[in-house]
Design a protein around this ligand. Sequence first.
Ligand SMILES: *[C@@H]1O[C@H](CO)[C@@H](O)[C@H](O)[C@H]1NC(C)=O
Ligand SMILES: *[C@@H]1O[C@H](CO)[C@@H](O)[C@H](O)[C@H]1NC(C)=O
Ligand SMILES: *[C@@H]1O[C@H](CO)[C@@H](O)[C@H](O)[C@H]1NC(C)=O
Length: 353
Amino acid sequence: MKFCLLLISLTVVTLGSSKNSSSSNRNGKLLSLFQIVQFPNDPCVSTSRNGTCYTSDECESRGGSSSGSCAQGFGVCCIFSLACGSSISENCTYLVQTGVTSVSPNPCTYSVCKCSTQICRIRFDFTIFDIAPPVLGEVMDPPVANRGGAIGDCTSDTFSLTSPGGSGSPIICGINTGQHLIVDASDNCNVAAFNLGGSGSSTRSWDIKVTQYTCASGLGGPPGCLQYLTGASGTISSFNFPIANAVIGPTVTHLSDQHYTICMRQEASRCAICYTPRIQSIAPMIAAQSSFGVSKDPAAGALMSAAGVDCSEDYVLIPGAENNPAMGAIPTAAGALCGRAFSVFGGRRCHYL
Ligand SMILES: *[C@@H]1O[C@H](CO)[C@@H](O)[C@H](O)[C@H]1NC(C)=O
Ligand SMILES: *[C@@H]1O[C@H](CO)[C@@H](O)[C@H](O)[C@H]1NC(C)=O
Ligand SMILES: *[C@@H]1O[C@H](CO)[C@@H](O)[C@H](O)[C@H]1NC(C)=O
């Protein structure tokens, strides 16, 4: 029997699970003319969100919505948005609620499971994160009273991320747009939970992109790092901190019970990391805060900055942080830093790698 076999030039790299469209050989006589089209389920870029390249059938059966094409037109860019209470094991997934006063169910939990056994780290990027704030305090005015107690506690809304078998996130609330969290991927899935509390009439919004990274890629950062920063410069801030504001109002309050690690990648040919408050203290620091303030200066002295064993309450630990010797300061081997000012010697502290 004469037949003609049509072959089109294609990418036939198979990675991940693509549609199992096997050509059939019926009765050993007739060769099907169906083409086997397989393509890798790679990330794809769509108009507003990014997705994963799947066949249109696969996208539908996996619960995604198709937006644009990929794999030279053989696939669709499949966008995954997870509903409260659902579970997913796809790379590149969005968790979105816009302007809601309540969620159902509450708490709204999203279970994110590894999209392959190779996944080590799962990153949550907060494109929008706006839930009820913690209990606020007039931290600087008066300088000693009003500290502690419920100030900084997330008493209405909370968000947290679990990492069964590892360490999850602390409980956070307030505005965290632009922040991210990364957890070690768990075989039992990682659960992100929003619990909306008493402030029933206020609106909340979140738009979170969830990306999964293989152990080999390195892009998810080392195990145990809740945040991972790359690049030669950038800004680190605590959660619920108004990163974009030029002036830090007196009620800006860091959250209670935060204990986590931020990791920074050493960039090529760099041998030191230096830290400077984005907004320096403005004496007498009553009307406006510096962008650094963690606990009080234990000596309650004029310098308002302390280090090492003097920081017995809240502190930021920068291993090996010292005052910049180039600024004529006395280097200290202090790791723990606290007080109302970051450094009294030129405002900068460096860690030589
Ligand atoms: C594809 O389907 C065939 C026939 O049903 C089966 O033998 C094969 O294991 C399947 N391959 C995959 C990768 O699922
Ligand atoms: C989509 O992916 C591109 C390329 O990786 C990236 O530049 C862009 O920021 C992504 N867009 C979103 C909405 O995540
Ligand atoms: C998930 O998608 C991101 C791009 O959004 C990509 O960098 C990463 O390698 C993908 N992870 C896997 C396991 O394919």
